[in-house]
Design a protein around this ligand. Structure first.
Ligand SMILES: Cc1cc2nc3c(=O)[nH]c(=O)nc-3n(C[C@H](O)[C@H](O)[C@H](O)COP(=O)(O)OP(=O)(O)OC[C@H]3O[C@@H](n4cnc5c(N)ncnc54)[C@H](O)[C@@H]3O)c2cc1C
Length: 280
């Protein structure tokens, strides 16, 4: 899985399945034994896969489930494997505004829906009109946002279903203005994030009324390392793989940061990244 995660760590999956399309995915799921464990992965940009790998089947949507269409007035349908940045650009090209914030989030639509990904004041579920899901038996459903509890980088909803597409409600806008906005959002990111080294974006959620990066920095943890995993010097809420880090290094560093921030500030940071798989 180290080839399929932005941290470039993680042991092998028992099986990795990449659907040809939605129909192929439904037929594949229907053919699996009902108790087969499933892990869904988009671009792996918010995911720590442990060194012992993943038991069961990993379903990978990135590069698959890639349809992106205008399906109504200011309504865009994007399948789960479409890059979030592509949705942002597509909407702008259609003269629509509201999805520009997605341009700087390096994941898929499925990952953005699952995480309620957001940036620069925008959040994925603010623009969701409906989602299409699939269950373990391959049954497809269309669901309204009212079926989900939506939080900051958090979402809960019907169990045993995964996203195969999102329908996004935008507003009429100006394409030239949208392009300029995307350019400026990307420039702001490039200056403040360690884009040269493998990472998974913000590791911890911001606690209410504060910033995880501020708490980590003032606990003196910028540059702290476990093995080859280090707290970024550029952005304290990022952990970078300095080359050859293991998932265990990263997980230990996460625990160390949590412990030292709690000791110093009395606040327990909650990870934003998802951890899956078995320890070595
Ligand atoms: C440099 C960098 C910057 C980042 N900046 C931001 C940012 O500004 N804002 C932000 O919110 N995030 C940010 N992230 C984190 C990450 O890009 C987002 O969370 C993104 O939405 C994850 O998408 P993904 O496809 O990579 O998901 P993955 O990492 O593959 O998966 C994340 C979670 O979503 C689940 N999932 C994936 N696809 C599906 C599906 N189809 N159905 C159901 N569940 C699914 C997975 O099982 C997993 O639990 C950043 C990451 C990096 C590396």
């Amino acid at each position: 899985m180290s080839r399929h995660t932005s941290w470039r760590v993680g042991g092998p999956a028992d099986r990795l399945y990449i659907p040809a399309d939605l129909e192929d995915l439904a037929a594949f799921l229907a053919s699996l034994p009902p108790q087969e464990p499933l892990a869904w992965v988009g671009l792996g940009s918010n995911l720590l896969v442990r060194d012992g790998g993943v038991r069961g089947t990993v379903v990978m949507t990135s590069g698959a489930l890639s349809k992106l269409d205008l399906i109504g007035e200011a309504l865009v349908r994007a399948e789960a494997g479409v890059a979030s940045a592509k949705v942002a650009r597509f909407c702008v090209d259609q003269g629509l505004t509201g999805a520009e914030f997605l341009a700087g989030i390096p994941g898929t639509v499925g990952g953005a829906l699952a995480m309620n990904a957001g940036a620069f004041g925008g959040e994925t579920w603010n623009i969701v009109a409906a989602v299409e899901t699939i269950d373990h038996r391959g049954a497809l459903r269309v669901r309204p946002p009212a079926d989900y509890r939506i939080g900051y980088r958090a979402l809960s909803g019907p169990a045993g279903e995964w996203f195969v597409a999102g329908h996004f409600r935008l507003r009429a806008g100006d394409a030239a203005h949208g392009k300029t906005l995307i350019k400026s959002l990307l420039a702001r990111r490039g200056a403040s994030q360690p884009t040269q080294l493998p990472n998974a974006g913000s590791v911890f959620k911001n606690p209410q009324g504060d910033f995880a990066a501020r708490l980590i920095e003032t606990a003196g943890l910028k540059g702290a390392c476990v093995g080859r995993a280090c707290v970024s010097e550029l952005h304290a809420n990022f952990i970078v793989n300095n080359g050859g880090a293991t998932a265990a290094d990263i997980e230990r560093l996460i625990a160390r940061v949590q412990a030292e921030v709690e000791k110093r500030h009395g606040i327990k940071l909650e990870p934003e990244v998802r951890v899956i798989g078995e320890k070595d």
